[in-house]
Design a protein around this ligand. Structure first.
Ligand code: ZN
Length: 366
């Protein structure tokens, strides 16, 4: 299969839990980006970009709040989905959109990790769908994950966000821009209602290091590899590699330039990226933002992680509390606009890694 030549954009990962109105958009741009098949299917709620025959990168159109990307892999036998969006309502819209793209039954949902914006749509999938994820992802989704700091802080911030959006809209002149802002407020209000329905649902099939789902497409082998390359963004990140199509869906383990670090193993993440870079692929499908091939984006992510770790380490050595440290750290990417509570959580997590506590897996291995 011929390699892709698209340019990576500089949109970064701002859609990760975007705090303001910012959103990366669909990433399909002006249509000047070559794709292997070129096909784009648009539904009311989703855009499906066909990155290889029967393999689709899925982004929200903005008509509902989905908060993360997904992937659809069609095979001769069935269809596999990667990541379930942020709420059951968003996942139902995803399933309805998928039904417009393929008649094959969805038999598998893969969770790249446990975070709410990727896994809180799980419950919308029919009972006969295997939900596959790392054992860590299952363990986390079996806890009171709605009150885990990441989900709780993000959800708790939604009313503030809506108020800020309303303030901005009030200051606008009537017109297209204001109409769009008002629509985004409606989308966010509907999202806040949809969160209330969430009943976190863990994977019912788990892996610890790797799993291959063996399928064919148009008579040719289409193995689907689920790989845990080590801890990074969370303790149980899984990437989904299609070795024959040379595409990889990375969740939040590999994003362009910046990623959320509140539950991360930042010190191990760089080694995990080394293992990631040994994989053979031409195109990265990230959990947020548009697809990219330019590995300089991964270098930017490395730099972002190293910068944070070095600053947090210095703060730790100086004996600063997390509350004191957040004022000293130069926050990059979307974290610059994050509420203090979230920054404090990022620092607390980093400190606990430095102290070697707060992690049951570490305790077990010692
Ligand atoms: Zn995440």
């Amino acid at each position: 299969m011929r390699p892709t030549h698209r340019l990576a954009t500089t949109c970064l990962a701002v859609t990760v839990l975007a705090f303001g109105l910012a959103a990366c958009g669909g990433g399909n741009g002006d249509g000047d980006i070559a794709t292997p098949t070129g096909a784009v299917v648009e539904t009311d709620t989703h855009t499906f970009e066909e990155v290889a025959p029967g393999v689709y990168f899925i982004v929200g159109t903005g008509s509902i709040f989905v908060q993360s990307n997904a992937m659809l892999v069609v095979t001769d036998q069935d269809a596999l989905v990667v990541d379930s969006h942020v709420t059951p309502a968003a996942a139902r819209a995803l399933l309805a959109s998928i039904a417009e793209v393929t008649e094959k039954p969805v038999t598998h949902l893969v969770n790249t990790h446990y975070h709410f914006d990727h896994a809180h749509g799980n419950q919308a999938f029919p009972d006969d769908v295997a939900i596959v994820g790392h054992e860590f992802t299952r363990a986390m989704l079996m806890t009171d994950v709605m009150n885990q700091p990441t989900a709780a802080i993000f959800t708790g911030n939604i009313p503030n966000q809506i108020a800020a959006m309303k303030g901005a809209a009030d200051a606008m002149e009537d017109g297209e821009e204001k109409d769009q802002a008002l629509n985004e407020i409606r989308v966010q209000e509907a999202h806040y209602v949809a969160v209330g329905e969430t009943d976190p649902t863990p994977p019912n099939v788990t892996l610890t290091s790797r799993m291959t789902i063996h399928r064919t497409f148009e008579g040719r082998d289409r193995p689907i590899e689920l790989l845990h390359l080590g801890r990074g963004h969370t303790g149980g990140d899984v990437v989904v590699l299609l070795p024959n199509e040379r595409v990889v869906f990375t969740g939040d383990l590999v994003l362009a330039g910046a990623a959320y670090i509140g539950d991360a193993y930042v010190d191990e993440w760089l080694d995990t990226l080394d293992r990631f870079e040994e994989l053979e692929f031409d195109l990265i499908l990230p959990g947020h933002g548009p697809t990219f091939s330019d590995m300089a984006q991964v270098d930017s992510l490395r730099q972002f992680l190293a910068d944070f770790w070095n600053q947090a380490s210095a703060a730790h050595e100086q004996g600063l509390s997390p509350e004191e440290a957040i004022a000293e750290i130069e926050w990059q990417g979307f974290l610059a606009a994050a509420p203090d509570a979230l920054k404090i959580h990022c620092v607390q997590t980093a400190y606990s890694r430095m102290d070697g506590d707060g992690d049951p897996e570490d305790a077990d291995s010692e």
